[in-house]
Design a protein around this ligand. Structure first.
Ligand SMILES: Nc1nc2[nH]cc(C(=O)O)c2c(=O)[nH]1
Ligand code: SF4
Ligand SMILES: [Mg+2]
Length: 250
């Protein structure tokens, strides 16, 4: 019910505040070049952008500074940055792979294509590491972009309702742009992986040992290897952990 005056005032206010609404993302850190340590691109040089915040709280999470308010002051652990600054930073390096991780990066997907589009246009490949609980926007289902989806098993200490969202997993599995990477603590976890993979018609299955020390990752990989081979799946260690332990920014 505004008067002409207040309508034009609103218009001016909208125009004036436009620059402050430029796309931003809440990040925990950005680092690299390092090596993609997990999944199908393991060993390849990559830059990492780690978004802050997560909708899960896995017991063995190695990035609790993105979500755990009991242990961390998230305001200190995160920065709101312009997407354009992230693009400039990423394109400043001659590194062809950019990994967007978290936390759960798809919680901020409204502003993610503003990041991924210029990177893809510049010939970079983009991988998004996601926990598979959020369906990706169609704008993200494009050539050059892949989802490394890590659905959580019971070993994450969460109810299945929280960690397995059927609609999101179905969308990701049907997209043809997702691989599925499960964190296993022991061989018994493989039955649970098989059930989930079957239920959602996941074609590319990777198994990765849990652990933040080289000994745990190597021991876990060794314990899982034969059973993973027998199922026809792939095995990923955590290369950055083998090389650098749980050092941050690696
Ligand atoms: N080098 C390296 N590779 C990674 N792949 C996935 C990571 C992640 O934290 O999601 C990660 C990470 O933190 N470091
Ligand atoms: S989904 Fe990933 S980031 Fe979130 S709590 Fe679990 S392991 Fe941590
Ligand atoms: Mg990590």
């Amino acid at each position: 019910m505004g008067t002409l005056h207040s309508q034009s005032h609103n218009l001016i206010a909208t125009k004036m505040s436009a620059p402050s609404r430029a796309a931003t993302l809440l990040i925990a850190e950005r680092f690299g070049p390092t090596l993609q340590g997990e999944g199908p691109s393991i060993g390849q040089p990559a830059l990492f952008i780690r978004l802050s915040r997560c909708n899960l709280s896995c017991t063995w999470c190695d990035t609790p500074y993105t979500w755990d308010t009991k242990r961390f002051d998230l305001r200190q652990q995160s920065d709101r940055v312009l997407v354009t600054d992230l693009v400039t930073w990423a394109l400043d390096h001659p590194v062809t792979l950019i990994v967007i991780t978290g936390g759960e990066p798809l919680l901020q997907q409204r502003h993610l294509s503003a990041l991924t589009e210029p990177l893809l246009q510049a010939g970079r490949r983009v991988e998004i590491e996601t926990n598979g609980t959020v369906a990706p926007d169609p704008a993200l289902l494009v050539d050059g972009l892949r989802f490394n989806v890590s659905p959580k098993l019971a070993n994450a200490g969460l109810s299945s309702d929280m960690r397995l969202k059927a609609a999101a997993l179905e969308t990701l599995a049907a997209s043809g742009r997702a691989v599925f990477k499960f964190v296993a603590c022991d061989v018994a976890d493989l039955d649970e992986i098989a059930e989930i993979a079957e239920r959602f018609s996941m074609k590319q299955v990777w198994v990765m040992p849990e652990g933040v020390t080289p000994d745990d990752v190597l021991g876990g990989a060794l314990a899982l290897a034969e059973a993973v081979i027998a199922r026809g799946w792939s095995l990923s260690p955590r290369l950055h952990v083998l090389l650098w332990g749980d050092e941050r920014g690696r």
